[in-house]
Write a protein that binds this ligand. Structure first.
Ligand code: SAM
Length: 365
C-alpha cells in the first residue's frame, strides 16, 4: 500500500523521520520518501501489511492509515494512494483539454476497489501552480469520472456534506494524484484541544517541527511569546518530563492558553506566566531551551516596533539561555541582527510554509 502523507512545506524531512519512527516497531517492510515527484509538503510511504494480535489471541491486520492518523504529530493528512501521474504541459492546456486528460485518467482507475457502491462519496480537491482550471473544476471532473465508473456496479451515491468516503484529487504543478483521504475533512493539525483561537496561532504540526529542531533533552523549556500555548501544550502532550513554561504579555491570550491546556489535559504540566519577554530574566534565572513563534507585526501590533522588540528580547535571552533556541518569524533581517549582535550563533536555518508565507526558522546556540 502506498500512503501519501501531507504536511507543511519545509518540514518533510522531519515528517519522514517521524513516520519511520512510527512504522519501525510494527515489524513491517516500508520505504518512506520525501517530496515524491518533487511535490513539496508531501511524503510517500510504501508499507507492507502489518498485523497485531487481538485480546483473544487472533492475528488481525492493522490499519496503518488509522495508526498514523492517531499517532502522528507532524502530518496533516494520510491518504491511501490510488494513482499518481505526471501530466506534462497540463498548465498550458486549454481548460477543456486539461479536464479531459484528468477525466480519462480517473475513468481508467479501479476506484470500485476503494468504495462500495452503497457508500456515499465526495471528491475534495487541491490545486497549486499555474493552471487554467480551478480546484472546483477538478473536483467536478473527478467526481463525474468516479460516478460514471461506479455506475457500472450499481447506483453511486454522492454526499458532499457528510460523505462516508472522501476521494482526494490533487494537481500540484503537472503532478496529478488521486487517493482516499483517511483523515477526513479536518486536517490533523487542527487539534481538538484548541478551544481558544489566537489570531496568529501556529499550526500544531509546525510547533512539533520546532520542538524536533530544538531536541529538548528533559531540561527546562520556555516559549517566551506563547500566545495560545500551542508549543508548550504540544510539548506536554509528547510526555515531556522537564519543566515547561509559557510566557505571554497579554492576559487574554494567556487565559486562552490556559483554557487550551486544560482542554488538552496538560494544564498542570505547564507554568503559565503573564509577562514581557523583553524582561525575560526577571521571570527565569536560567532555561535550557527556548522555542517560539515570534510576533511578526503583521497581525499583532505595529511592524516598526519589531527590530527593537527582537533586539531587547535576544539581549535578555542571552542572560538565561543555556542550550538551544528555535525561532520562527517572517522578519529575517531583524532576527538575524538580534541573534548575532547578542552573541548567539545560527546553527541551522530553513524556510517553512505557514499561512501562505515561507517563514524563516532558526536554530541558535
Ligand atoms: N505560537 C502562538 C500560538 O500558537 O498561539 C502564537 C504566538 S504570536 C505569533 C506572538 C505572541 O507574542 C502574541 O500572542 C503576542 O501577544 C505575544 N507578545 C507580543 N509581544 C510580547 C512581549 N513583549 N512579551 C511576551 N509576549 C509578547
Amino acid at each position: 500500500m502506498k500512503l501519501l502523507l501531507t504536511t507543511s512545506q519545509g518540514i518533510e524531512d522531519l515528517a519522514k523521520a517521524e513516520v519511520e519512527g512510527l512504522l519501525s516497531p510494527l515489524g513491517v517492510q516500508f520505504r518512506v520518501e520525501e517530496r515524491p515527484l518533487g511535490v513539496e509538503g508531501r511524503v510517500l510511504a510504501e508499507v507492507g501489511k502489518a498485523f497485531y494480535t487481538d485480546k483473544k489471541g487472533r492475528k488481525r491486520e492493522l490499519s496503518v492509515s488509522t495508526y498514523l492518523n492517531e499517532r502522528s504529530r507532524l502530518l496533516h493528512r494520510v491518504i491511501v494512494e490510488i494513482a499518481s501521474e505526471r501530466f506534462e504541459g497540463i498548465g498550458e492546456d486549454e481548460p477543456e483539454r486539461a479536464l479531459k486528460r484528468i477525466e480519462d485518467f480517473v475513468a481508467s482507475l479501479p476506484v470500485e476497489r476503494h468504495v462500495k457502491v452503497s457508500e456515499t462519496f465526495a471528491v475534495r480537491s487541491f490545486r497549486k501552480g499555474e493552471h487554467r482550471i480551478t480546484s472546483v473544476d477538478i473536483a467536478k471532473t473527478v467526481g463525474k469520472a468516479v460516478f460514471d465508473r461506479l455506475s457500472r456496479f450499481g447506483t453511486p451515491k454522492v454526499n458532499l456534506d457528510h460523505p462516508a468516503v472522501i476521494f482526494r484529487a490533487e494537481l500540484v504543478g503537472d503532478v496529478f494524484f488521486l487517493g482516499i483521504d483517511t483523515t477526513g475533512d479536518s486536517s490533523l493539525h487542527k487539534r481538538p484541544w484548541r478551544v481558544y483561537d489566537h489570531p496568529a496561532h501556529l499550526k500544531a504540526s509546525i510547533a512539533n517541527a520546532l520542538i524536533e529542531l530544538a531536541k529538548p533533552d528533559g531540561g527546562s523549556f520556555i516559549d517566551p511569546f506563547c500566545g495560545s500555548g500551542t508549543i508548550p501544550i504540544e510539548l506536554a502532550l509528547r510526555g515531556y518530563e522537564g519543566r515547561i513554561i509559557g510566557l505571554e504579555k497579554f492576559r487574554k491570550h494567556l487565559n486562552g492558553a490556559k483554557m487550551n491546556a486544560l482542554s488538552a489535559g496538560v494544564l498542570e504540566r505547564i507554568e503559565f506566566i503573564l509577562g514581557d519577554a523583553t524582561r525575560l530574566s526577571e521571570y527565569v534565572e536560567s532555561v535550557d531551551f527556548a522555542v517560539s513563534n515570534l510576533p511578526y507585526g503583521l497581525k499583532i501590533g505595529r511592524k516598526s516596533m519589531i527590530p527593537k522588540l527582537y533586539m531587547d528580547f535576544f539581549s535578555e535571552l542571552s542572560k538565561v539561555l543555556e542550550k538551544r533556541g528555535v525561532f520562527i518569524t517572517t522578519e529575517k533581517r531583524a532576527i538575524e541582527k538580534a541573534i548575532t549582535e547578542n552573541g548567539f550563533e545560527i546553527k541551522h536555518h530553513r524556510l517553512i510554509g505557514h499561512g501562505g508565507l515561507m517563514v524563516h526558522t532558526y536554530v541558535i546556540e
